[in-house]
Write a protein that binds this ligand. Structure first.
Ligand SMILES: *[C@@H]1O[C@H](CO)[C@@H](O)[C@H](O)[C@H]1NC(C)=O
Ligand SMILES: *[C@@H]1O[C@H](CO)[C@@H](O)[C@H](O)[C@H]1NC(C)=O
Length: 503
């Protein structure tokens, strides 16, 4: 029943049975990419994932209000804290379904904020849109962390939701919130939310100091909660979260990651000391992993850049960051943590591969810029790597996503001439409420799911899980490991695209 799909675990759809396989045609020819256009679209995508009351500024207009009663049902789960009537309207649906999974949502937000924190000078007119995408999440996280000693971890029931193929606007599945508490802790989700709040406070400071101060103050409280009441949300909410976003790497990485972001936001030694005093708990392990579950490589790269471990000789953060870089670079003779497809796509086993491609490329670019600033080369076994090489490897991945691949197709919906038409996404694949005002019930969308027609609504900017290790892409709605978009695929891409637009 439970299986790990590239870090993300999903329960198969009950209504799914047939895998529709349609090979897309082959053609060749590299194009010069419009990174500005792709950047703009990568941010618009987040509007398609919005839950709650949509603002007048909403640009993806086929989406409408949804989840307006979220939080008004009794909370359930192991924690049984029995809170009623708390406003949890807002936030994002994680992928092609209608659940608000706060753990990956928080990681997405941290990465959006990191994209802006490091690449703001290159964002141009997209900056306000990126900030709006961040604030859409933080407004919701402020609600989720409003009660001291409680952090809401999820809204909606995964099993019930995945049993339906229904528009978010029509949802009639249970919308119960799930919480962690002192007695039933969940340090992964709480600490990642603290990281998201702290990182967001850095980038929202220039537009609204008051709001940013609120985020930072909340980040501190939530971090203290996560650290004081340590435990995995697996144990508190396992049945409800583990088939979807189970925590495999534990919570020490999120606690250290949150402290790193709190240090970046406050410069307080309290947080850098926390990182230095606790980093041994990671045992250097998983240095090459980075995603919603595992923060190791992100911690090593970010702490290297922030420089508060400079006094350590050797500096374990730099050692591990460079082990990570070497484990990724194609020419490195050291043991690889990734594979490359014949067409050059960075690949890791499991589903939703593009999450690895974008997150790892982001870290390469950040570390490469840091190494450049120090005019520092990287030694991978007997191979000496110059810093610009890292940005070049990351750019190759971005170009692959945008169309430089054996199928000459863009894996970003709405970008380029050829892109995925049948993404695994409920809202995109069902007629919009404008086109079909009558409600489509739980199973009412089944015929649309099985249809071989393209999706009626273009989820502009969505990057899908992507091709397989042989650069093949069936473009099938049922094939969710390849055809489903996810917010954490796009978030690091925002920073990457901003950089390549300017370079
Ligand atoms: C700034 O944030 C505060 C606190 O959230 C809010 O009340 C205020 O309206 C915001 N100001 C602007 C100009 O958006
Ligand atoms: C969470 O549960 C999964 C699946 O049972 C297990 O593999 C993993 O080690 C658990 N994680 C923690 C931190 O307990």
């Amino acid at each position: 029943m439970m299986k790990k799909m590239g870090g993300k675990v999903k329960v198969g759809l009950v209504l799914m049975g047939i895998l529709l396989v349609e090979m897309v045609g082959n053609s060749t020819g590299a194009t010069r990419h419009n990174y500005g256009d792709a950047l703009s679209k990568s941010i618009v995508f987040f509007e398609g994932q919005r839950s709650g009351k949509l603002p007048p500024s909403q640009r993806m207009t086929w989406r409408k209000d949804s989840g307006l009663r979220d939080g008004f049902q009794k909370s359930i789960g192991e924690s049984q804290i029995g809170i009623k009537h708390i406003d949890l309207v807002g936030g994002y649906y994680d992928a092609g379904d209608n659940i608000k999974f706060n753990f990956p949502m928080a990681f997405t937000t941290t990465m959006l904020a990191w994209s802006v924190a490091d690449f703001k000078p290159f964002m141009g007119t997209e900056l306000p849109h990126a900030l709006e995408a961040i604030q859409w999440a933080t407004d919701y996280f402020l609600k989720c962390t409003r009660m001291p000693g409680v952090v809401f971890a999820q809204v909606g029931e995964g099993f019930a939701d995945h049993n339906c193929w229904e528009r978010p606007e029509d949802m009639d599945t249970p919308r119960n919130p799930f919480a962690v508490s002192k007695k039933y802790p969940g340090s992964e989700v709480s600490a990642e939310m603290a990281a998201a709040l702290a990182a967001s406070s850095i980038v929202l400071r220039s537009s609204n100091r008051t709001y940013a101060a609120r985020l930072l103050s909340r980040a501190k409280t939530v971090f203290e909660f996560a650290n004081t009441y340590q435990g995995s949300y697996n144990d508190s909410l396992g049945h409800w979260v583990c088939s979807f976003y189970c925590s495999y790497s534990g919570y020490q990485d999120e606690l250290i990651w949150a402290a790193t972001w709190l240090y970046r936001a406050t410069k307080l030694p309290y947080y850098s000391n926390y990182v230095l005093n606790n980093i041994h708990k990671l045992n250097g392990g998983n240095f090459a992993e980075f995603g919603w579950d595992t923060k190791h490589a992100g911690i090593y790269v970010l702490v290297s850049k922030l420089g508060f471990a400079k006094h350590l000789q050797p500096n374990p953060f730099i050692t591990n960051a460079e082990n990570f870089v070497c484990s990724v670079l194609p020419e490195s003779p050291t043991t690889k943590s990734v594979s490359y497809s014949p067409g050059g796509l960075l690949f890791k086993a499991g589903g939703s591969n593009m999450q690895h491609t974008t997150a790892i490329s982001f870290l390469l670019l950040v570390y490469g810029r840091y190494a450049s600033s120090l005019k520092k080369t990287i030694q991978c076994g007997n191979v000496v790597v110059k810093p610009p090489r890292l940005a070049q490897v990351a750019k190759r991945q971005v170009d692959y996503i945008l169309g430089d691949n054996p199928l000459s197709m863009s894996y970003m919906v709405g970008y380029g001439k050829k892109y995925p038409q049948r993404i695994h996404h409920r809202g995109s694949s069902l007629p919009s409420t404008d086109a079909h005002p009558n409600k489509l019930e739980c199973q009412g969308g089944t015929s649309y799911f099985f249809s071989s027609n393209p999706n009626p609504n273009v989820l502009v900017g969505a990057v899908v899980g992507g091709p397989d290790i042989n650069d093949k892409y069936p473009d099938s709605r049922a094939d969710f490991p390849h055809s489903e978009p996810a917010t954490y695929i796009n978030a690091p891409l925002v920073g990457l695209l901003a950089f390549y637009k300017a370079h």
